[in-house]
Design a protein. Structure first.
Length: 468
């Protein structure tokens, strides 16, 4: 048991440390692990049609997951506590949104004017109170087996559970000319374990995302030359040389094929080449095709350009795009929380996310595109001596919009200090189940890993009050 602010917290979403150790010994993807998850989630009916779905099931054709690594302060963004003591409420004031009775921070004015396009969850929480393991949980819907040890840096392994994007890539693949899963920006934690929670893991490398790393030149524009050097290639001779190289690799592959991973990489490389050489992919990544007025609406920042690129990708048929925040844990505001939020983080996010929602709506895409804006945790209710807030995964807020989500709602609530959920708690597993539901994927469904072992997609349940 862990005691914080005078309250005991169980590990691993309600399970004990003993259970964590016992399950960890079973391995990540074995049948026993799957059976244990089924026991936690409740026996799934064999007839999928018996599951309550409603009009929201499968409404979304694509998902854009905007991931703010580091943990945005919920008390200073979406769940302000103006009547709390000063050491809790902080410097920001709440502002009325276009939805009567709903307020958010004064530093998100554009999103305040669009509150009838999205819903806020104020009761998300989990016990994995550190970045690496928190990111793993947020992006996969499952706790890492080493979640009981805070401050660790678990290595990325081929036995990791798959991220949501990889599951979606496997079950809702794009057409032959387009990627099924794209990640915009590298997720870094102190420069280590960049892919923790972001890869296909036990599903195999074929379902890893195609990743476009952020490059920030002096002029502040997103530099996509790295992508253009591959996707924009039209020279037939150069493409032919690449194909010849792949063929040479294929000829020596039998000598190297002593492990399954080598074979998987070869197949994925060939598929990636085909996608990179397709006209559809080159067009989707070409931001120059956008009118100047549209680019101006998003803004010039790397985050804004990535929001626009995400819209272009889903419009082109990519079913899953994860957009990571630009910095290395830039929302990890241990110091100068209010200055960083006010001057750097919130203005950029406000403009980029609001432009994305408006652009999707104007193109008739919002109803079929699920947009999620979240981090892996919130921040401590008590402001520290450095005018910052520290790690706090036990309660935080996020936004969901489009793709089957009822807009203009606030789901759940936190206590007076925004320390713990007070009503309708939501776990990362529930969030994952909701995303799968909106995309038309039964969250009780199994996927098989590379060795044919079953894994239940989600141990959570869709958030029914949010589903249209």
């Amino acid at each position: 048991m862990l005691s914080l602010l005078g309250r005991s917290v169980r590990l691993c979403d309600g399970i004990s440390r003993r259970e964590v150790l016992r399950i960890g010994g079973l391995g990540f993807t074995g049948l026993a692990w799957s059976d244990w998850l089924r026991a936690r989630a409740g026996a799934a009916p064999s007839d999928k049609t018996s599951q309550p779905r409603g009009g929201s099931f499968g409404r979304a054709k694509a998902c854009i997951l905007i991931y703010n690594y580091g943990g945005p302060s919920h008390l200073d963004t979406l769940d302000l506590k103006p009547s709390a003591p000063v050491e809790i409420r902080g410097e920001f004031q709440p502002v009325a949104t276009c939805v009567p009775g709903t307020t958010i921070t004064e530093h998100l004015p554009r999103l305040a004017a669009l509150a009838n396009r999205y819903s806020i969850i104020r009761s998300a929480g989990h016990p994995d109170n550190d970045h690496a393991i928190g990111a793993y949980l947020a992006l996969t819907g499952y706790s890492h087996p080493k979640n009981a040890i805070l401050g660790i840096e678990p290595p990325v392994t081929a036995q990791d559970l798959p991220c949501m994007g990889s599951v979606i890539s496997k079950l809702r693949s794009a057409n032959a000319s387009m990627f099924s899963y794209v990640t915009l920006g590298d997720l870094k934690h102190l420069g280590n374990n960049d892919s923790l929670g972001q890869i296909a893991g036990c599903l195999g490398k074929a379902y890893d995302p195609f990743t476009v790393p952020f490059v920030r030149p002096a002029n502040g524009n997103l530099d996509l030359r790295l992508v253009a050097s591959v996707l924009g290639e039209s020279d037939a001779d150069r493409l032919d040389r690449r194909r010849q190289f792949l063929e040479q690799v294929a000829r020596v592959a039998p000598i190297l094929e002593t492990t399954f991973d080598v074979r998987a990489v070869d197949g994925y490389t060939q598929k990636a080449f085909e996608l990179l050489s397709s006209q559809a992919s080159r067009d989707a990544f070409n931001l120059s095709k956008e009118p100047a007025a549209v680019q101006e609406a998003y803004g010039p920042t790397p985050f804004a350009k990535s929001c626009l690129l995400a819209r272009r990708l889903v419009e082109a048929g990519v079913p899953m795009v994860t957009l990571n925040s630009v910095g290395n844990r830039d929302w990890d505001t241990h110091g100068n929380n209010f200055k960083e939020l006010k001057e750097t983080l919130l203005p950029v996010a406000d403009r980029g996310v609001s432009a994305l929602l408006q652009d999707l709506e104007a193109r008739g895409l919002l109803d079929q595109t699920l947009v999620v804006w979240m981090g892996e945790m919130g921040r401590t209710p008590i402001i520290n001596k450095g005018a910052g807030r520290d790690h706090w995964s036990f309660c935080y807020s996020l936004i969901m919009a489009g793709g089957g989500i009822r807009a203009g709602q606030v789901h759940g609530s936190s206590d007076r200090s925004a320390a713990y959920p007070a009503a309708n708690p939501v776990s990362p597993a529930d969030l994952a189940a909701t995303i799968y539901h909106c995309l038309g994927i039964d969250h009780h469904e199994h996927v098989l890993d590379q060795q044919g072992r079953p894994l239940i997609i989600s141990a959570g349940e869709p958030i029914q009050p949010l589903l249209g």
